[in-house]
Design a protein around this ligand. Structure first.
Ligand code: WQD
Length: 343
């Protein structure tokens, strides 16, 4: 449709981050081709992407572990870049089902890279995670730090996928890759039409807080109040999903016409405690949230936040939305869609 912008394949484009990125890409005039197998997403997001993006995104139902299906997709469709979101992402599930996590997250990455090589697609943006910094580095994390020593199989699949992509780039002088290391994505599109809708019981703080605020959850536990932090609770770098989505556009602009592999932290550079987040959410929803303290959750680090200067310097990207905006936007989504997409 657009004349000088790339057509982009979004693997896992119906998920939380994929759907917000699809909308921002369309708002910026890109054509998108979404492929998803709905393992952790809902078909009902597609008409909403159309509503917000102004036109119907092209869509294929596909599991990226299906090598023949991936080959067929690349043979039949033309696009210049891939944003690879598809993957399993539940940390505790990855501990109990490690083989499934390695098989799924690594095979899908391998299949995408094979097909890119065969069909001459030159650019990839990969959904990575701050979890690659492991437990040995002190916050704030910067991209020069050694990665690895991840605390769970999910994190290891992100670390290994980064390795695989950077080796593929080293072997192919025409490839360009950007690894985006997300911190803690929260928030929703300002319209309240799309947002995070995890299957079953959520694991992450914000969907739990949001569902607790609507009455869908009975308890809100704060895991640990004896960390060495000012209020005793863990601190994280929460980033608005719309800022994160825009970072993908900056990454595409950056690699277009370039080769090599570059990693960027995508965070705000500011950390908030669990109690500060709950407090901000109380303001946004206008309700008191009666949380309870519970023991520490295994594997949690006291503090994680980004040194986000590299993205600002090289991508020209900087987070713009603050914690109050993140909470307001989540509340708009959650209160308008208390049971998520399909109810
Ligand atoms: C944030 C803080 C909890 C739930 C994880 C993955 C990471 C990335 C994002 C994604 C912690 C506390 C939580 C609750 C609580 N992966 N908490 N009560 O652990 O920083 O990051 O999700 O796909 O790789 O590790 O995020 O939102 O789970 O937790 O007190 O009911 O909230 O202890 O301090 P985390 P989170």
């Amino acid at each position: 449709m657009s004349e000088n912008k790339m057509r982009v394949l979004l693997t896992g484009g119906c998920g939380y981050i994929g759907s917000h990125t699809a909308v921002e890409l369309m708002r910026a005039g890109y054509d998108v081709l979404i492929a998803d197998n709905f393992v952790n997403s809902f078909p009902a997001v597609l008409p909403r992407i159309e509503e917000l993006g102004g036109r119907r995104p092209d869509f294929r139902e596909l599991d990226f572990c299906d090598a023949e299906g991936v080959d067929r997709l690349f043979a039949e469709e033309k696009f210049e870049a891939v944003i690879h979101f598809a993957g399993l992402k539940c940390v505790p599930e990855s501990v109990t089902q490690p083989i499934r996590y390695y098989r799924n997250n690594l095979n899908s990455t391998l299949n995408v890279l094979d097909a890119m090589n065969k069909y001459g697609v030159k650019y990839i943006v990969f959904s990575s995670s701050a979890t690659v910094y492991g437990e040995k580095n002190p916050a704030p994390y910067n991209e020069e730090m050694e990665t690895g020593s991840c605390t769970n199989p999910y994190g290891s699949t992100k670390f290994m996928s980064e390795q695989i992509i950077s080796d593929a780039v080293r072997a192919d002088p025409e490839l360009g890759a950007v690894l985006l290391r997300y911190f803690n994505p929260i928030g929703a599109d300002a319209s309240g039409r799309i947002g995070e809708d995890p299957f079953g019981v959520p694991n992450n703080l914000m969907p739990i807080v949001a569902q607790f605020a609507t009455g869908r959850r009975e308890h809100l536990y704060v895991y640990g109040n004896d960390y060495e932090t000012p209020d005793g609770t863990c601190r994280r770098d929460y980033i608005h999903v719309t800022d994160l989505a825009i970072a993908h556009i900056k990454a595409l602009e950056y690699i277009s016409g370039r080769t090599g592999c570059e990693a960027f932290n995508i965070g705000t550079g500011v950390d908030y405690s669990v109690l500060e987040v709950i407090n901000a959410f109380e303001k946004a929803c206008g309700k008191e949230l009666k949380f309870e303290f519970a023991p520490r959750r295994a594997g949690d680090l006291p503090t994680s936040y980004a040194d986000a200067h590299k993205a600002e310097r090289l991508l020209g990207w900087k987070a713009e939305r603050d914690l109050d905006t993140m909470c307001r936007d989540i509340w708009r989504w959650q209160s308008n869609n208390p049971m998520g997409y399909e109810k």
